[in-house]
Design a protein around this ligand. Structure first.
Ligand SMILES: Cc1cc2nc3c(=O)[nH]c(=O)nc-3n(C[C@H](O)[C@H](O)[C@H](O)COP(=O)(O)OP(=O)(O)OC[C@H]3O[C@@H](n4cnc5c(N)ncnc54)[C@H](O)[C@@H]3O)c2cc1C
Length: 381
């Protein structure tokens, strides 16, 4: 498994997956055959998370190859990500509360031997240890494995989900505030309240092709209890009718301006914002920071080739910009936190059309959202 730092490579991988592997996706997607054989899922998440390729592009390409009916599962998964993002946008306090809880929990667990054994891959559960090493080495885990990992972390090792979510964010190339936080909460049983996800020995054995033996885990735990209910906040995601000649900020979730509807606009200058650990609540590993730098430089070079005035700046330099600017909306997460906590009021957000349209359907559960998938697709296909 080798993730490359360029849009060209990401598109190449997307095309290859659609051409060769999409046909068997729904049948094989739940199998984790190990890091050397990853072609049964797309492995596109590191690129999608950084906006190098986008959901509309992926869905439309897949629909050129197969009908919606043959393609439904894959499209559902791609839109699941849009749903999680929208769900969190409507309840942003879930993210801020998570960060607050994490701060407190970390103080208590800094020397906890079970926690240290878990993050060093030294527990007595062989498959778990292997996944820890795999995560650190490849910065990616299969979806099913993320579910087993989180379930073992919470219900067998009895560690707080907040620390597990932090560990994933630290090491995943696709680390994303919405998919990760809500994925962990879902496994714990506090996202869909009262329903936890319990990994079982037979399920792990079956879907890893019997790569692991002797898996002693807690298969009978009760869901964690949610401390709080979150109501939906009123938010507008509308764009200005006419764009002015201002500067545009791009964060690391939207690294392909050329493929957005704002492509043709003549911005005064483009500033690509790089965020370092100094300004993050969750410290990212070197691999992740290096990967982000590669992707940012790829966007920089693509824009330079089009003779657009563009520059990379550090996020703390935003404080020096006093004039009104636009920004491709960074979504709930560390970059938006920086803007909010520094009260940068001169920034007007521009929203992606897919988000503007889909997030209105994120007020309830995913099963409700699923009903709107044909509507979403027909709007963008
Ligand atoms: C505890 C936990 C933490 C997770 N953390 C993240 C994260 O930080 N970032 C992230 O992008 N995904 C996260 N996921 C979702 C999912 O595991 C990954 O998106 C998926 O494994 C990526 O592999 P792929 O590209 O081969 O997916 P494919 O199966 O090929 O799916 C195509 C695309 O659909 C989206 N997708 C697929 N499954 C999901 C899902 N369950 N939730 C949301 N989007 C999905 C991804 O963008 C993915 O690239 C998490 C899941 C769990 C259970």
């Amino acid at each position: 498994m080798n993730f490359k730092g360029s849009r060209d490579k990401a598109v190449e991988e997307l095309n290859q997956f659609i051409e060769n592997n999409l046909v068997e996706y729904s049948k094989l997607r739940n199998f984790d055959f190990g890091p050397q054989k990853r072609d049964n899922t797309s492995c596109l998440s590191p690129y999608i998370t950084h906006g190098l390729i986008n959901e509309v592009e992926i869905i439309n390409k897949s629909l050129k190859k197969f009908s919606f009916v043959k393609n439904e599962k894959f499209i559902q998964e791609v839109l699941w990500r849009v749903y999680w993002k929208g769900w969190l946008e409507l309840r942003p306090n879930v993210w801020t509360d998570y960060l607050e809880e994490l701060k407190d929990i970390k103080k208590n667990f800094i020397n906890n031997k079970d926690y240290l054994a878990a993050i060093e891959g030294k527990t007595n559960i062989e498959c778990f240890n292997e996944w820890v090493n795999e995560l650190k080495k490849f910065n990616y885990l299969h979806n099913h494995t993320r579910m087993w990992f989180a379930s073992i972390w919470i219900f067998t090792l009895n560690l707080p989900w907040q620390l597990g979510a932090e560990f994933f964010m630290e090491h995943l190339f696709d680390g994303d505030a919405a998919s990760n936080t809500l994925g962990w909460k879902w496994v714990a049983g506090i996202q869909t309240q009262g329903k936890n996800y319990l990994a079982t020995e037979w399920n792990i054995k079956k879907f890893t092709n019997n790569r692991f033996q002797n898996i002693k885990i807690n298969e009978k735990a009760s869901p964690k209890i949610a401390k709080k209910n979150y109501s939906i906040v009123e938010k507008s995601f509308s764009n200005p009718h006419l764009l002015e000649n201002k500067m545009l900020l791009i964060f690391d979730n939207n690294l392909s301006l050329e493929f957005t509807k704002f492509n043709d606009h003549n911005f005064k200058k483009i500033l690509i914002i790089s965020n370092t650990n100094e300004f993050r609540h969750i410290q990212l590993s070197k691999n992740i920071l290096n990967f982000k730098t590669l992707l940012i430089n790829d966007q920089l070079n693509r824009l330079k080739k089009k003779s657009i005035a563009v520059e990379v700046i550090k996020i703390n330099e935003l404080k020096n910009i006093k004039e009104p600017v636009y920004a491709l909306y960074p979504t709930v997460g560390e970059n938006l936190d920086y803007i909010n906590s520094n009260q940068l009021k001169n920034i007007q957000f521009l929203y992606r059309e897919i988000d503007q349209f889909s997030w209105q359907f994120c007020n309830k559960g995913f099963f409700n959202f699923k009903n709107y998938i044909p509507k979403i697709i027909s709007k963008f296909n």
